[in-house]
Write a protein that binds this ligand. Structure first.
Ligand code: AHG
Ligand code: MN
Ligand code: MN
Ligand code: MN
Length: 334
């Protein structure tokens, strides 16, 4: 029988890749793993406990918060505060960034941006949801970290990952040296290495986009959708359409099977819907590390300027050749 390698063991083993590291990033990843297990426990029993439905509050994006959005946010912030390796958290669910105030957190080196619960409209119907996180090193070296520390480009990320609470729960992350996936074994309560060195196929046959908004899409996106639907045996078209409404679930599937996920600008979301700091950048880092591609239709996501915590961006992400093809069609109309 193959020996099991837990997330904790794997992280310690990989610390050797960073000879000058003092173990802080490893401990930070461990803290995120612990919070993910707690959130998983609640997501799993969501139908039993009084945790479905609206919290009765609204976040800075004007979205109605679900009880699980609020719960997951609290769990991650608490875990990061007590872990002591993170000084600031940026969250989808908080207007401003949050200084962590535990004695050990104040001088910590890292900043974490987080989408505590992704796909929250799917909670009530038992469809997979997720968590997305992005980790930066603070730039300033003394005093309180500042906005300069927070607004860093995607290329500056030192680690990023997601958790998918699905038919099984997985944690997938990168520290810039490839991507590894771990499946939660509920019998031992540990994430165990199940998907070493994940690679996104260069081509795929799945496209994921909310086609309900077709009339509001830019012409380049309309052209690409038509391309996906045209019969062509050589390129296995027509492609298959798959869209759950949870970016994490849609991207995780496309990462394994090959495919493209698009959330373009639309008439009602003129800058796109998804948030650059805690949705697009971490996912772009992971997908690139797995050999895929991520852009806003024209430019690489990871190189976009970050000017606002909750800034939005269009995103075209997934299999390299599929994203390149979509970009080609966007270019026809620019
Ligand atoms: P969140 O639940 O964190 O607010 O994110 C929702 C996002 C993303 O997960 C998903 O791909 C997209 O919103 C779905 O939006 P539409 O319903 O407009 O397709
Ligand atoms: Mn939301
Ligand atoms: Mn989200
Ligand atoms: Mn969310």
């Amino acid at each position: 029988m193959k020996a099991v390698k837990t997330l904790g063991q794997f992280i310690i083993e990989k610390q050797a890749d960073f000879p000058y590291a003092k173990g802080e990033l490893s401990r930070l990843l461990r803290d995120i793993g612990i919070a993910a297990k707690i959130v998983n426990r609640e997501v799993n029993k969501a139908g039993l406990a009084d945790i479905l439905g609206e919290a009765g509050t609204t976040n800075v994006q004007g979205e109605c918060q679900k009880k699980l959005d609020v719960y997951a946010n609290e769990q991650f912030i608490t875990a990061l505060n007590s872990g002591g390796e993170c000084c600031i958290v940026v969250s989808e669910e908080n207007d401003e960034y949050i200084y962590l105030d535990s004695e050990i957190s104040k001088n910590a080196k890292y900043i974490v941006a987080i989408d505590p619960l992704d796909g929250s409209s799917n909670i009530d119907v038992n469809v997979g949801v997720g968590t997305i996180f992005s980790i930066f090193r603070r730039k300033t070296t003394e005093g309180k970290a500042t906005m300069e520390d927070v607004l860093q480009k995607g290329t500056e990320q030192v680690a990023a990952g997601y958790v998918i609470y699905g038919s099984s729960t997985m944690l997938v992350y990168t520290t810039g040296k490839g991507v590894n996936g771990f499946t939660l074994d509920p019998s031992i309560g540990e994430f165990c290495l199940s998907h070493p060195d994940m690679r996104v196929p260069k081509d795929g046959v799945i496209y994921s986009i909310n086609e309900g908004y077709y009339a509001h899409f830019p012409d380049g996106v309309k052209k690409y959708i038509k391309y996906c639907q045209v019969e062509d045996a050589k390129t296995s078209r027509p492609y298959t359409s798959r869209y759950t409404g949870s970016m994490v679930a849609d991207l995780h599937r496309n990462m394994i099977k090959g495919g493209i996920f698009i959330y373009p600008v639309t008439a009602s979301a003129p800058n796109g819907k998804l948030r650059l700091v805690y949705e697009c950048n971490p996912m772009a880092f992971i997908i690139e590390q797995a050999g895929g591609k991520a852009s806003n239709g024209y430019d690489r996501i990871l190189e976009l300027d970050v000017t606002d915590l909750h800034q939005r961006s269009a995103i075209f992400i997934g299999s390299e050749h599929m994203v390149a093809k979509a970009e080609e069609m966007m270019a026809c109309f620019s």
